[in-house]
Design a protein around this ligand. Structure first.
Ligand SMILES: Nc1c(/N=C/[C@@H](O)[C@H](O)[C@H](O)COP(=O)(O)O)[nH]c(=O)[nH]c1=O
Length: 360
């Protein structure tokens, strides 16, 4: 087996732990000595040993003079556990092959530096793209210090998300809706506007799939006009946050529940401020389910990274039927937001289109 084959194995192990290592990234490691695998491991849970520690423990004294393959640059700072770069040095590893550098500018390259200084032969970039695809949200969050934002919309062929009377159940079929729940599972937070809560009274939990993680439910409601009777406040199977303006205590009182938190912002419609607040609360990825007004605000701010469109082969029509992106919109073609389609798939009778801003 060559470097790529061992790194592929490390990536495969990491891919099996995606979601369970939050807020840490999924990482895999393999230790090879004289052409034989003598240690392998993946980071399993935040606060527990990193992938390199598991692999090196398994290798024991065979680690001396061996090569280690890791999907992410070994950590160089004292977190909950001692730095892996130091452990790699202590164990006498001869060569370190790393797929991708840490994207946190504060530590990027430091682990490599430490190992190089200790005389270890280091190499970066083997299967880098595949390794980065393991943790798009974590890498983005470390680099941009704000959540990775996915805008999700389910629409008709003519781009409508509801009829002119507000009916929307259902536009897309079961398979597309199941896929939408997978998006909920993989994101830390799900955000909707007050109008969606009032119109759809959604639960916003991850259902219709196996072991599911519920995202934190976040409602943008500048004047706190939603009802405390809404499902997301009555149902306590997931946390619910309201981001609102400066509203009086008496307005907040009816929402006082264990799982409900209310955050007031000076500018509750400022997407940048909203994302700063969520980043400070450790939200690394945010799924925005709309509706049109909220999607319009994110579009105007251009502070989003991916758009997931589920398109059903139905025509709704009507100039008063809402399209997926409301708000002011752009007046000139030169201002429009360009994306690139990175994935399409057919789900039942519907089409799923995943687009990203260029360079994401
Ligand atoms: N109308 C549709 C959707 N609509 C999505 C949101 O507007 C709904 O409020 C949300 O799914 C309801 O939340 P729940 O109670 O947690 O299920 N989403 C879809 O994929 N297809 C649709 O046809």
């Amino acid at each position: 087996m060559n470097d790529q084959a061992y790194m592929k194995l490390a990536i495969q192990m990491a891919s099996a732990t995606i979601g369970q290592t939050k807020p840490n990234p999924a990482v895999g490691a393999v230790v090879v000595k004289d052409g034989a695998i003598v240690g392998m491991g993946a980071h399993l849970k935040a606060g527990e040993p990193h992938a390199e520690v598991h692999a090196l423990n398994m290798a024991g004294d065979k680690a001396y003079g061996a090569t280690i393959y890791v999907t992410l640059e070994p950590c160089s700072h004292y977190g909950k556990t001692p730095p892996c770069a130091e452990l790699i040095i202590q164990k006498g590893i001869k060569r370190a092959v790393v797929a991708s550098l840490d994207s946190n500018p504060l530590v990027s390259g430091r682990g490599m530096e430490m190992m190089k200084k200790a005389g270890i032969e280091v190499e970066v970039g083997v299967l880098e793209r595949e390794a980065k695809a393991l943790n798009p949200f974590f890498l983005h969050f470390m680099r941009e210090k704000r959540p990775f934002v996915t805008l999700k919309a389910a629409m008709s062929l003519d781009g409508k998300i509801a009829t002119k009377t507000g009916e929307s159940k259902w536009i897309t079929g079961e398979q597309a809706r199941l896929d939408g729940h997978r998006l909920r599972h993989s994101h830390d937070g799900i955000l909707v506007g007050a109008n969606t809560v009032i119109a759809d009274n959604p639960l916003l939990t991850t259902r219709i799939m196996g072991h599911a993680r519920h995202p934190i439910r976040i409602v943008l409601d500048t004047t706190l006009k939603v009802s405390p009777e809404a499902k997301i406040f009555q149902d306590d199977s997931a946390e619910t946050w309201i981001i609102t303006g400066n509203v009086g205590e008496e307005k907040k009182a009816p929402f006082a529940k264990e799982h409900v938190s209310i955050f007031s912002l000076e500018q509750p419609q400022n997407i940048e401020h909203i994302l700063e607040l969520l980043a400070a609360k450790g939200v690394q990825s945010l799924l925005v389910e709309g509706g049109a007004t909220v999607h319009g605000a994110f579009l105007q701010s251009r502070l989003f990274d991916e758009v997931v469109s589920y398109v059903a082969p139905i025509l709704i029509g009507g100039k008063d039927a809402p399209s997926a992106f409301g708000g002011a919109g752009f007046s000139r073609m030169a201002e429009t937001q360009h994306l690139e389609i990175i994935e399409t798939s057919v789900l039942g009778e519907d089409l799923k289109i995943v687009s990203r801003k260029k360079g994401k």
